[in-house]
Design a protein around this ligand. Sequence first.
Ligand code: SAM
Ligand code: SF4
Ligand code: FES
Length: 347
Amino acid sequence: MNQFEIKRIIDQAYDKAQLNKEDITAILAEDLANLDYLLQKADEKRDEICGDEVHLRAIIEFSSYCKQNCYYCGLRKDNQQLKRYQLKSKEIIETAQMASELGYQTVVLQSGEDDYPAEEIAEIIKKIKKTTAMAVTLSLGERDFEAYKLWREAGADRYLLKHEIADKVLYQKYHPGMSFENRIESLKYLKVLGYQIGSGVIIGLPDQTPAILAEDLLLCQDLELDMIGSGPFIPHQQTPLRGSEKGTVEMTLKFTALSRLLLPLAHIPATTALGTIDAEGRQKALQAGANVVMPNVTDGRYREQYQIYPDKICVNEEAGDCRQCIGGIIASLGRYVSQNQGHSLRE
Ligand code: SAM
Ligand code: SF4
Ligand code: FES
Protein backbone atom coordinates (compact mmCIF):
# COMPACT_ATOMS: atom_id res chain seq x y z
CA MET A 1 0.00 0.00 0.00
CA ASN A 2 1.23 3.51 -0.67
CA GLN A 3 1.50 6.09 2.11
CA PHE A 4 -1.47 8.02 0.73
CA GLU A 5 -3.74 4.99 1.06
CA ILE A 6 -2.41 4.15 4.54
CA LYS A 7 -3.08 7.73 5.65
CA ARG A 8 -6.62 7.65 4.25
CA ILE A 9 -7.46 4.50 6.23
CA ILE A 10 -5.88 5.65 9.47
CA ASP A 11 -7.52 9.09 9.27
CA GLN A 12 -10.89 7.42 8.79
CA ALA A 13 -10.26 5.17 11.83
CA TYR A 14 -9.19 8.20 13.87
CA ASP A 15 -12.16 10.36 12.85
CA LYS A 16 -14.96 7.79 12.77
CA ALA A 17 -13.75 4.78 14.80
CA GLN A 18 -15.05 2.67 11.92
CA LEU A 19 -13.28 0.63 9.25
CA ASN A 20 -14.39 -2.22 7.05
CA LYS A 21 -12.76 -5.61 7.30
CA GLU A 22 -10.76 -5.08 4.12
CA ASP A 23 -9.10 -1.90 5.37
CA ILE A 24 -8.32 -3.35 8.81
CA THR A 25 -6.80 -6.40 7.14
CA ALA A 26 -4.70 -4.22 4.84
CA ILE A 27 -3.24 -2.27 7.78
CA LEU A 28 -2.53 -5.44 9.77
CA ALA A 29 -0.80 -6.97 6.73
CA GLU A 30 1.39 -3.88 6.22
CA ASP A 31 4.96 -3.77 7.47
CA LEU A 32 5.16 -1.87 10.79
CA ALA A 33 8.06 0.14 9.33
CA ASN A 34 5.47 1.87 7.09
CA LEU A 35 3.04 2.51 9.93
CA ASP A 36 4.58 5.32 11.98
CA TYR A 37 1.41 7.28 11.27
CA LEU A 38 -0.76 4.53 12.80
CA LEU A 39 1.26 4.52 16.03
CA GLN A 40 1.29 8.32 16.15
CA LYS A 41 -2.49 8.63 15.70
CA ALA A 42 -3.19 5.87 18.25
CA ASP A 43 -0.97 7.69 20.76
CA GLU A 44 -2.78 10.94 19.98
CA LYS A 45 -6.17 9.27 20.54
CA ARG A 46 -4.94 7.77 23.82
CA ASP A 47 -3.86 11.25 24.92
CA GLU A 48 -7.20 12.76 23.91
CA ILE A 49 -9.26 10.10 25.74
CA CYS A 50 -7.08 9.03 28.70
CA GLY A 51 -4.45 11.76 29.02
CA ASP A 52 -1.21 10.70 30.69
CA GLU A 53 -2.95 8.65 33.36
CA VAL A 54 -2.00 4.95 33.48
CA HIS A 55 -4.14 2.53 35.46
CA LEU A 56 -2.52 -0.31 37.35
CA ARG A 57 -4.42 -3.55 37.92
CA ALA A 58 -2.80 -5.86 40.47
CA ILE A 59 -3.09 -9.52 39.52
CA ILE A 60 -3.33 -12.32 42.07
CA GLU A 61 -2.82 -15.67 40.35
CA PHE A 62 -4.55 -17.70 43.03
CA SER A 63 -4.79 -21.16 41.46
CA SER A 64 -2.92 -22.95 38.69
CA TYR A 65 -5.37 -25.86 38.56
CA CYS A 66 -7.21 -26.00 35.27
CA LYS A 67 -9.66 -28.46 33.79
CA GLN A 68 -9.23 -27.14 30.23
CA ASN A 69 -6.67 -28.10 27.66
CA CYS A 70 -6.07 -24.96 25.60
CA TYR A 71 -3.39 -25.86 23.07
CA TYR A 72 -1.11 -22.95 23.90
CA CYS A 73 -1.23 -22.72 27.69
CA GLY A 74 1.22 -24.14 30.21
CA LEU A 75 -1.55 -24.53 32.82
CA ARG A 76 -3.48 -26.97 30.59
CA LYS A 77 -4.78 -30.04 32.39
CA ASP A 78 -2.55 -32.48 30.51
CA ASN A 79 0.67 -30.73 31.58
CA GLN A 80 1.57 -33.17 34.30
CA GLN A 81 4.99 -31.64 34.85
CA LEU A 82 3.50 -28.55 36.46
CA LYS A 83 3.36 -28.49 40.24
CA ARG A 84 -0.07 -27.02 40.99
CA TYR A 85 -1.11 -24.75 43.84
CA GLN A 86 -4.29 -23.17 45.10
CA LEU A 87 -4.33 -20.32 47.60
CA LYS A 88 -6.76 -20.40 50.50
CA SER A 89 -9.37 -17.63 50.89
CA LYS A 90 -7.41 -16.07 53.72
CA GLU A 91 -4.23 -15.83 51.59
CA ILE A 92 -6.11 -14.31 48.67
CA ILE A 93 -7.74 -11.70 50.91
CA GLU A 94 -4.43 -10.85 52.61
CA THR A 95 -2.68 -10.50 49.26
CA ALA A 96 -5.45 -8.19 48.06
CA GLN A 97 -5.14 -6.09 51.23
CA MET A 98 -1.38 -5.86 50.69
CA ALA A 99 -2.01 -4.72 47.10
CA SER A 100 -4.32 -2.02 48.43
CA GLU A 101 -1.61 -0.90 50.87
CA LEU A 102 0.83 -0.66 47.94
CA GLY A 103 -1.59 1.82 46.38
CA TYR A 104 -3.36 -0.37 43.82
CA GLN A 105 -6.94 0.62 43.05
CA THR A 106 -7.97 -2.56 41.25
CA VAL A 107 -7.29 -6.19 42.04
CA VAL A 108 -7.67 -8.95 39.43
CA LEU A 109 -8.36 -12.42 40.77
CA GLN A 110 -7.08 -14.84 38.14
CA SER A 111 -6.85 -18.63 37.95
CA GLY A 112 -7.02 -21.58 35.64
CA GLU A 113 -10.52 -22.99 35.13
CA ASP A 114 -10.48 -24.42 38.59
CA ASP A 115 -13.55 -25.61 40.47
CA TYR A 116 -12.91 -23.21 43.33
CA PRO A 117 -16.31 -23.11 45.07
CA ALA A 118 -18.41 -20.23 43.77
CA GLU A 119 -19.68 -19.35 47.27
CA GLU A 120 -16.15 -19.11 48.60
CA ILE A 121 -15.21 -16.75 45.78
CA ALA A 122 -18.27 -14.64 46.60
CA GLU A 123 -17.12 -14.40 50.23
CA ILE A 124 -13.62 -13.37 49.10
CA ILE A 125 -15.08 -10.62 46.89
CA LYS A 126 -17.25 -9.33 49.75
CA LYS A 127 -14.33 -9.24 52.15
CA ILE A 128 -12.05 -7.41 49.70
CA LYS A 129 -14.78 -4.89 48.93
CA LYS A 130 -15.44 -4.37 52.63
CA THR A 131 -11.84 -3.95 53.75
CA THR A 132 -10.28 -2.08 50.81
CA ALA A 133 -11.34 0.63 48.35
CA MET A 134 -10.36 -1.46 45.34
CA ALA A 135 -12.40 -2.43 42.29
CA VAL A 136 -12.50 -6.21 41.82
CA THR A 137 -11.97 -7.88 38.45
CA LEU A 138 -12.46 -11.60 37.95
CA SER A 139 -10.56 -13.65 35.38
CA LEU A 140 -11.58 -17.22 36.13
CA GLY A 141 -12.49 -18.51 32.69
CA GLU A 142 -15.94 -19.85 31.93
CA ARG A 143 -18.16 -20.76 34.87
CA ASP A 144 -21.90 -21.40 35.04
CA PHE A 145 -24.14 -18.40 34.64
CA GLU A 146 -25.39 -18.66 38.24
CA ALA A 147 -21.84 -18.13 39.48
CA TYR A 148 -21.38 -14.99 37.36
CA LYS A 149 -24.57 -13.64 38.94
CA LEU A 150 -23.58 -14.58 42.48
CA TRP A 151 -20.20 -12.84 42.13
CA ARG A 152 -21.72 -9.72 40.65
CA GLU A 153 -24.12 -9.55 43.59
CA ALA A 154 -21.15 -10.01 45.92
CA GLY A 155 -19.66 -6.83 44.46
CA ALA A 156 -17.37 -7.85 41.59
CA ASP A 157 -17.00 -4.95 39.16
CA ARG A 158 -15.40 -6.44 36.06
CA TYR A 159 -14.84 -9.71 34.25
CA LEU A 160 -11.95 -10.47 31.95
CA LEU A 161 -12.46 -13.29 29.46
CA LYS A 162 -10.50 -13.21 26.24
CA HIS A 163 -12.28 -14.72 23.24
CA GLU A 164 -8.70 -15.51 22.05
CA ILE A 165 -9.45 -15.97 18.33
CA ALA A 166 -12.53 -15.03 16.30
CA ASP A 167 -12.18 -17.81 13.72
CA LYS A 168 -14.54 -20.55 14.91
CA VAL A 169 -12.65 -23.42 13.26
CA LEU A 170 -9.36 -22.38 14.85
CA TYR A 171 -11.10 -21.63 18.15
CA GLN A 172 -12.42 -25.20 18.28
CA LYS A 173 -9.04 -26.60 17.27
CA TYR A 174 -7.11 -24.78 19.98
CA HIS A 175 -9.78 -25.21 22.69
CA PRO A 176 -10.81 -28.87 22.69
CA GLY A 177 -14.11 -29.47 24.47
CA MET A 178 -14.90 -25.75 24.64
CA SER A 179 -17.38 -23.72 22.61
CA PHE A 180 -16.85 -20.37 20.92
CA GLU A 181 -20.59 -19.67 21.18
CA ASN A 182 -20.55 -20.23 24.94
CA ARG A 183 -17.62 -17.88 25.34
CA ILE A 184 -19.40 -15.10 23.48
CA GLU A 185 -22.67 -15.82 25.32
CA SER A 186 -20.76 -15.58 28.61
CA LEU A 187 -19.38 -12.17 27.66
CA LYS A 188 -22.83 -10.92 26.66
CA TYR A 189 -24.45 -12.22 29.85
CA LEU A 190 -21.69 -10.68 31.98
CA LYS A 191 -22.47 -7.33 30.38
CA VAL A 192 -26.19 -7.76 31.07
CA LEU A 193 -25.33 -8.43 34.72
CA GLY A 194 -23.61 -5.05 34.86
CA TYR A 195 -19.98 -6.17 34.80
CA GLN A 196 -17.52 -4.04 32.86
CA ILE A 197 -16.22 -6.60 30.39
CA GLY A 198 -12.75 -7.19 29.02
CA SER A 199 -11.85 -9.53 26.21
CA GLY A 200 -9.22 -9.82 23.52
CA VAL A 201 -6.88 -12.10 21.65
CA ILE A 202 -3.63 -13.98 21.54
CA ILE A 203 -1.51 -12.64 18.72
CA GLY A 204 0.35 -15.09 16.50
CA LEU A 205 -1.38 -18.43 17.02
CA PRO A 206 -0.55 -20.73 14.10
CA ASP A 207 -2.74 -20.11 11.01
CA GLN A 208 -4.04 -16.81 12.38
CA THR A 209 -4.14 -14.34 9.47
CA PRO A 210 -4.53 -10.55 9.34
CA ALA A 211 -8.09 -11.18 8.07
CA ILE A 212 -8.88 -13.19 11.21
CA LEU A 213 -7.42 -10.46 13.42
CA ALA A 214 -9.62 -7.97 11.55
CA GLU A 215 -12.63 -10.16 12.49
CA ASP A 216 -11.38 -10.06 16.09
CA LEU A 217 -11.43 -6.28 16.12
CA LEU A 218 -14.90 -6.13 14.58
CA LEU A 219 -16.16 -8.64 17.16
CA CYS A 220 -14.64 -6.54 19.97
CA GLN A 221 -16.53 -3.52 18.61
CA ASP A 222 -19.78 -5.54 18.49
CA LEU A 223 -19.30 -6.65 22.09
CA GLU A 224 -18.84 -3.01 23.18
CA LEU A 225 -15.91 -3.99 25.34
CA ASP A 226 -14.78 -1.87 28.24
CA MET A 227 -11.30 -3.34 27.91
CA ILE A 228 -9.46 -5.02 25.05
CA GLY A 229 -6.19 -6.87 25.48
CA SER A 230 -3.77 -8.48 23.06
CA GLY A 231 -0.70 -10.44 24.09
CA PRO A 232 1.71 -12.32 21.85
CA PHE A 233 1.57 -16.11 21.84
CA ILE A 234 4.67 -17.61 23.48
CA PRO A 235 5.16 -21.34 22.86
CA HIS A 236 5.40 -23.57 25.90
CA GLN A 237 7.28 -26.89 25.79
CA GLN A 238 4.57 -28.90 27.56
CA THR A 239 1.84 -28.02 25.05
CA PRO A 240 0.85 -29.20 21.57
CA LEU A 241 2.03 -25.86 20.11
CA ARG A 242 5.57 -26.29 21.44
CA GLY A 243 7.13 -26.18 17.95
CA SER A 244 5.24 -23.12 16.68
CA GLU A 245 6.62 -19.64 16.07
CA LYS A 246 5.92 -17.05 18.74
CA GLY A 247 3.77 -14.00 18.07
CA THR A 248 5.55 -10.80 17.11
CA VAL A 249 5.97 -7.43 18.77
CA GLU A 250 5.09 -5.81 15.43
CA MET A 251 1.68 -7.47 15.06
CA THR A 252 0.88 -6.86 18.73
CA LEU A 253 1.61 -3.15 18.33
CA LYS A 254 -0.47 -2.90 15.15
CA PHE A 255 -3.37 -4.60 16.91
CA THR A 256 -2.98 -2.40 20.01
CA ALA A 257 -2.96 0.78 17.92
CA LEU A 258 -6.00 -0.28 15.89
CA SER A 259 -7.77 -1.22 19.14
CA ARG A 260 -7.34 2.36 20.36
CA LEU A 261 -8.65 3.83 17.12
CA LEU A 262 -11.60 1.44 16.68
CA LEU A 263 -12.60 1.23 20.37
CA PRO A 264 -11.45 4.68 21.53
CA LEU A 265 -13.10 4.44 24.96
CA ALA A 266 -11.68 1.03 25.86
CA HIS A 267 -9.02 0.46 28.46
CA ILE A 268 -6.07 -1.21 26.75
CA PRO A 269 -3.32 -3.03 28.64
CA ALA A 270 0.36 -3.18 27.77
CA THR A 271 0.63 -6.90 28.44
CA THR A 272 3.12 -8.91 30.46
CA ALA A 273 3.51 -11.27 27.48
CA LEU A 274 4.68 -8.36 25.35
CA GLY A 275 7.12 -7.39 28.10
CA THR A 276 8.37 -10.98 28.05
CA ILE A 277 9.25 -11.17 24.33
CA ASP A 278 10.68 -7.63 24.30
CA ALA A 279 12.24 -5.93 27.34
CA GLU A 280 10.78 -2.64 26.07
CA GLY A 281 7.48 -4.20 24.97
CA ARG A 282 5.23 -2.60 27.56
CA GLN A 283 6.80 0.83 26.95
CA LYS A 284 6.14 0.42 23.22
CA ALA A 285 2.50 -0.54 23.78
CA LEU A 286 1.99 2.41 26.16
CA GLN A 287 3.12 4.61 23.26
CA ALA A 288 0.82 2.86 20.78
CA GLY A 289 -2.54 3.35 22.47
CA ALA A 290 -2.31 1.40 25.74
CA ASN A 291 -3.23 3.01 29.09
CA VAL A 292 -3.17 0.08 31.53
CA VAL A 293 -0.53 -2.21 33.06
CA MET A 294 -1.29 -5.31 35.10
CA PRO A 295 1.55 -6.02 37.54
CA ASN A 296 1.73 -9.28 39.43
CA VAL A 297 1.20 -9.22 43.21
CA THR A 298 1.16 -12.98 43.74
CA ASP A 299 3.46 -14.18 46.52
CA GLY A 300 6.92 -14.98 45.09
CA ARG A 301 6.65 -18.64 46.20
CA TYR A 302 3.95 -19.34 43.62
CA ARG A 303 4.95 -17.28 40.61
CA GLU A 304 7.08 -19.96 39.02
CA GLN A 305 4.17 -22.38 39.14
CA TYR A 306 1.91 -20.09 37.13
CA GLN A 307 3.97 -20.26 33.98
CA ILE A 308 1.39 -20.01 31.24
CA TYR A 309 4.39 -19.48 28.97
CA PRO A 310 8.18 -19.73 29.59
CA ASP A 311 10.48 -16.96 30.83
CA LYS A 312 7.58 -14.87 32.11
CA ILE A 313 8.90 -11.63 33.54
CA CYS A 314 8.66 -10.82 37.25
CA VAL A 315 8.83 -14.48 38.33
CA ASN A 316 11.67 -13.69 40.74
CA GLU A 317 10.24 -10.45 42.05
CA GLU A 318 7.98 -9.54 44.93
CA ALA A 319 4.91 -7.31 44.76
CA GLY A 320 6.71 -4.21 46.05
CA ASP A 321 9.50 -4.62 43.46
CA CYS A 322 7.04 -4.74 40.57
CA ARG A 323 5.15 -1.74 41.89
CA GLN A 324 8.36 0.27 42.00
CA CYS A 325 9.58 -0.99 38.63
CA ILE A 326 6.34 -0.22 36.83
CA GLY A 327 6.11 3.20 38.47
CA GLY A 328 9.59 3.94 37.06
CA ILE A 329 8.62 2.78 33.57
CA ILE A 330 5.50 4.95 33.56
CA ALA A 331 7.36 8.02 34.85
CA SER A 332 10.11 7.52 32.25
CA LEU A 333 7.45 7.99 29.56
CA GLY A 334 6.26 11.26 31.11
CA ARG A 335 3.05 9.58 32.29
CA TYR A 336 1.72 9.04 35.82
CA VAL A 337 0.02 6.31 37.84
CA SER A 338 -3.69 6.92 38.32
CA GLN A 339 -5.06 7.45 41.82
CA ASN A 340 -8.57 6.27 40.94
CA GLN A 341 -10.17 2.92 40.19
CA GLY A 342 -10.19 3.50 36.46
CA HIS A 343 -13.72 2.33 35.72
CA SER A 344 -15.07 2.00 32.21
CA LEU A 345 -14.76 5.11 30.06
CA ARG A 346 -17.99 4.16 28.32
CA GLU A 347 -20.19 5.22 31.24
N1 SAM B 1 -8.19 -19.48 32.76
C1 SAM B 1 -8.63 -18.15 32.48
C2 SAM B 1 -8.90 -17.98 31.02
O1 SAM B 1 -8.49 -18.80 30.22
O2 SAM B 1 -9.57 -16.98 30.68
C3 SAM B 1 -7.67 -17.09 32.97
C4 SAM B 1 -6.22 -17.45 33.02
S1 SAM B 1 -5.44 -17.65 31.44
C5 SAM B 1 -3.85 -18.22 31.91
C6 SAM B 1 -5.15 -15.95 30.95
C7 SAM B 1 -4.71 -15.72 29.53
O3 SAM B 1 -3.43 -16.28 29.33
C8 SAM B 1 -5.54 -16.34 28.45
O4 SAM B 1 -6.64 -15.54 28.12
C9 SAM B 1 -4.56 -16.49 27.29
O5 SAM B 1 -4.78 -15.50 26.31
C10 SAM B 1 -3.20 -16.26 27.94
N2 SAM B 1 -2.22 -17.30 27.57
C11 SAM B 1 -2.26 -18.60 27.88
N3 SAM B 1 -1.20 -19.26 27.34
C12 SAM B 1 -0.48 -18.35 26.66
C13 SAM B 1 0.72 -18.40 25.87
N4 SAM B 1 1.37 -19.55 25.68
N5 SAM B 1 1.17 -17.26 25.33
C14 SAM B 1 0.52 -16.09 25.53
N6 SAM B 1 -0.62 -15.97 26.25
C15 SAM B 1 -1.11 -17.08 26.82
FE1 SF4 C 1 -6.82 -23.10 31.49
FE2 SF4 C 1 -7.09 -20.50 30.90
FE3 SF4 C 1 -4.82 -21.84 30.34
FE4 SF4 C 1 -7.01 -22.37 28.95
S1 SF4 C 1 -5.90 -20.38 28.99
S2 SF4 C 1 -5.60 -23.91 29.81
S3 SF4 C 1 -8.59 -22.14 30.51
S4 SF4 C 1 -5.64 -21.40 32.33
FE1 FES D 1 7.76 -6.83 37.74
FE2 FES D 1 9.19 -4.86 36.42
S1 FES D 1 7.01 -5.12 36.61
S2 FES D 1 9.92 -6.41 37.83
